[in-house]
Structures are given as C-alpha cells and as structure tokens.
Design a protein around this ligand. Structure first.
Ligand SMILES: [Zn+2]
Length: 318
C-alpha cells in the first residue's frame, strides 16, 4: 500500500464500538468532519458493512483505517467472533468494503486504533511503554512496548478484557470465566447497581427504570451512596486487572479511555489504593494511570494513523 501523507489526501478513520460507530474525515492531517452511525450490533454483519459502504462512498476517501471488535489481523481484515456482536462469526470486512467501494481499507482490532490515537495525539504522547484500556460495552485495549505496537503472533493485538480476575466467576461471552469485562463491561455495572437498589432506599437511583451509566455518574457527582459504592466496586475490579497488566507488561503509563472513562474520577482513589498494596515497588516506579485525552475520538484518530502509516506500524517476524 502507499503511505499517504499529502496535504490534499482524504482519510477516513472509523471506530466500531458496541453502542455506535464513530468516524472522522481528515484532509491531510486535519480533522475536517466527524459523526456517528448505529453499530447494528444485534444484526448480521452485512447491515453494518452496508452502512459503512454508504459512508465511504459518500466521503470518497483515498484510504480508510478501521478499528473493529474481536480478533482481526491487518493483512486479511477478517473480523473473528467479536463477543459483543452475537451474529458475527468470521466476516471479511476489509474485502467486502473494498469490493463495494473501490477504496483502500485497513481493518485492525479496535483496542489497537484507540491505542494509536492516544499514543500519538493523546495522553500517551512521548511514551515508549503505553497500555491503553477502553472501557465501554466491552473492555479492550492495546500495548506499545519499547516503542512498538504489540500485534502478537496472529496480528490481532491483545484481549486485555478477557483476563480472569476470578476463576470461579460468571461465564463471559468469550468462553472464559470471571473476565474483567464480565465485571466492568457497561451492562454488568448497571446490573450490579440494580441488584444493590434494595439496600439503598434513599438513593436518587432507587426504583429508576432503564438506568444508564450517565445516571450513575450524575448520582455519584451528587455523592449518592449507591452510585459511589458501584463505582468503587468497579474501580476494585479494574485495579485487580491493572495489577496483572503492570506485572506482565511494565508500562510507564496506563491510559483509561472508552465511554466510561469520564467516570474514572470516581474509581481513581480505590485504584491507587489497590495498586499501592499489590504492585511490586509501585510507589518507586512512577507509573502513571490517567484518563484518556481524546475521549471517544481516540479510535478515529487511531484509524487515521493506521490508514496513513499502514505497514510502517508493524514488524512481523514469525
Ligand atoms: Zn471474557
């Protein structure tokens, strides 16, 4: 593929998330337009492919970079078994979009595009060892180690949401038990809040129908005890996972992104406590844990980087 860096070049960056698709149109290196589309999460993959084809034909980019859930490698762009898209199995998203639109398309794991965005333009700027966590419908992320993106032997990046923090815990959609995603994925946070309502009759959330994470954040802002307890528990689960990530990958900075990142402030206290107790030499290592800077646009910027840097980002040797 051509490396595209001309100022007139139009690039489309796309991040496919559980609750929606974010996209951005870049002219040269400037974001000139952004928007979102439905994810068609509970439908066959063709529904989203049709939606994305229309977007690509409408914006007419020279090249597209897409982050997709599930296991997906850059060389074939086949999306494999995304746990939160129940009707997807193995779907050749890159090939289908290229055939329908004639555009050049790259597809990688969504955790990787979020990582690329925050590493180059956000909180991870200037660091050579960065762990990105995206907290939303699912829990994903990616790793830069010693200045390089870690793609793994299959090119699919890492599945950081599917490490078990409780081997006797509930079954996760991925097949494992007690995954961190099974505790802090959006729907499970809500489920826990609903389960605790009986103990907090004075809560502003008590008896509320169709509770959302925004409700839980607003209530925590008002010091509601139920909401604070739910965020504290969520922070505990997140911290147990981060302890393992630090011991495995030794990042210098851990960037918390995704739709739930704005509520990291309600979890930060307990995360710091647990990391101090459980990570080897934590206080002396100067590891930073912070909120992402680009918010939900991280994956869009990452898609732009993927499209323009392309093969320069990977060094497969297996
Ligand atoms: Zn899992």
């Amino acid at each position: 593929m051509a490396v595209v860096d001309s100022e007139a070049c139009i690039t489309l960056g796309i991040d496919i998330g559980g609750t929606g698709v974010r996209y951005g149109v870049f002219k040269g290196d400037k974001l000139i337009e952004d928007g979102h589309l439905p994810s068609h999460r509970d439908e066959e993959p063709e529904a989203l492919a049709d939606e994305l084809s229309r977007l690509i034909l409408d914006k007419d980019p020279d090249i597209c970079g897409i982050g997709a859930p599930g296991m997906v490698a850059p060389w074939d762009g086949v999306v494999r078994y995304p746990p939160n898209f129940p009707r997807w199995r193995e779907f050749p998203l890159k090939k289908v979009l290229e055939q329908k639109t004639g555009s050049d398309v790259w597809v990688v794991n969504d955790g990787v595009v979020n990582l690329l965005g925050e590493w180059r333009y956000g909180a991870g700027r200037g660091y050579n060892n960065v762990l990105m966590l995206t907290l939303g419908t699912g829990v994903g992320g990616g790793l830069v180690a010693d200045g390089r993106v870690v793609w793994g032997s299959e090119g699919c990046g890492l599945e950081v949401g599917h490490i078990s923090i409780n081997p006797d815990g509930p079954r996760c959609r991925c097949g494992n038990y007690g995954c961190v995603e099974r505790y802090i994925g959006a729907e499970y946070i809500i489920e826990r809040a609903v389960g605790l309502m009986g103990e907090y009759s004075g809560s502003v959330l008590s008896g509320k129908q169709d509770l959302t994470l925004l409700d839980l954040a607003d209530a925590a802002e008002g010091r509601d005890l139920l909401a604070l307890r739910v965020w504290r528990q969520t922070g505990e689960y997140l911290a147990y996972a981060i302890v393992s990530y630090i011991h495995l990958f030794a990042p210098k900075i851990i960037v918390i992104g995704g739709g739930i990142a704005n509520s990291y402030r309600f979890m930060k206290g307990v995360v710091d406590e647990i990391l101090s107790e459980r990570v080897m030499m934590y206080e002396r290592r100067g590891i930073k844990v912070c909120q992402a800077e680009l918010g939900e646009m991280a994956g869009v910027y990452g898609g732009y980087i993927l499209a323009t840097k392309g093969e320069g980002l990977w060094h497969f040797s297996e």
